[in-house]
Design a protein around this ligand. Structure first.
Ligand code: PSU
Ligand code: MN
Length: 309
């Protein structure tokens, strides 16, 4: 059995050089509860299609990485247990043991790159956790971004993380952090983290040319495209900061560690905010899907006919 496959519609799209957008599955299996996770996963794909690009959700079923999961396969990962959270280090074991896996940003970047998909849409990426000086808890997403050439459209990182340290780490790793129509790095539930991006880019065409130049130069590695949550869906900062404090204290009390930390914090935040965080999360993912599709379309044009000046 092949260790990874591309489903037929995605194969055809690749052959025809059509614009493709990769999507992760950890957000489905570990980031949101059933059935909201399934509804959201389907809706994100629809937004991308409506915009004129082709979605390819990535996950692992019975030890096989699948690029472009079918609707039934997405449904399966959305309500099956156990589905293992799959970052770079987890892939060999999950594949060898024939297990099911939900790919994180790092796992999804690896599979997208294998398939030749260069644009990837998600909600938020992992980063440097608060207190990382003690815990050493830094997401494998960051090291993946330093070595795998896929651009990740996200709404920044949640303030469950240390945003300043995350940006420092990305600088060290040589990963460009670009604000889409903003100079400010977004903070997931808020459009402005208080930190600047390396550059502001206002059009999909300019974004596409930056990606093309980077990779043509042989500058291997990803790009973080920070797309702020739409104003109407922003949540109150003081309130969210309080909830984050509580969630972090609970994690500490319960001794939550390692790969369980992020899913634990995401779930706690959802409970503490009585689902308002979940609604905001869904809204920002839809917005990222739209922008990601536009960038994929511009990038495909850039590949075919050369970039716009
Ligand atoms: N941040 C979010 N939502 C998510 C994740 C992060 O706001 O669903 C998921 C992504 O799949 C990301 C992973 O790649 O968590 C990072 O996990 P860790 O911090 O364990 O590296
Ligand atoms: Mn971690």
């Amino acid at each position: 059995m092949e260790k990874w496959i591309i489903n037929q519609p995605i194969k055809e799209a690749l052959t025809n050089q059509e614009p493709l957008v990769a999507l992760e599955s950890t957000i489905i299996a570990h980031g949101m509860p059933y059935p909201k996770n399934l509804e959201t996963a389907k809706q994100v794909e629809q937004v991308i299609r409506k915009q004129g690009a082709i979605p390819a959700t990535i996950g692992i079923i019975k030890g096989q990485i699948i690029v472009g999961l079918t609707e039934e396969q997405i449904h399966f990962l959305a309500n099956t247990k156990p589905v293992i959270k799959a970052s770079r280090r987890d892939l060999p074991m999950i594949l060898a043991k024939g297990q099911h896996g939900a790919t994180t940003v790092s796992g999804t970047m690896i599979a997208a790159n294998l398939a030749g998909i260069k644009i990837f849409v998600t909600g938020g990426i992992g980063g440097v956790h608060r207190g990382a000086a003690q815990s050493f808890d830094i997401s494998a997403d960051l090291t993946e971004l330093s070595q795998t050439s896929v651009a990740v459209v996200c709404a920044g990182v949640k303030s469950i993380l240390d945003i300043g340290l995350t940006l420092e780490k990305l600088e060290t790793l040589g990963v460009p952090v670009i604000g889409y129509q903003t100079q400010r790095f977004p903070a997931f539930y808020h459009s402005d983290s208080g930190y600047d991006c390396d550059a502001q880019v206002d059009s999909p065409e300019e974004m596409a040319s930056i990606l093309k130049i980077k990779w043509d130069l042989g500058l291997t590695g990803g790009v973080v495209i920070g797309n702020p949550i739409p104003k109407a869906h922003e949540l109150d900062k003081t309130y969210m900061d309080q909830m984050i404090q509580t969630a972090l204290q609970d994690a500490e009390k319960e001794g939550v560690k390692g790969k369980e930390t992020t899913p634990y914090l995401l779930d706690k935040m959802k409970q503490l905010t009585q689902n308002t965080s979940l609604e905001a999360n869904i809204a920002l993912v839809m917005h990222n899907a739209k922008v990601g599709a536009d960038i994929a379309i511009a990038y495909a044009k850039c590949q075919k006919n050369g970039c716009q000046p």
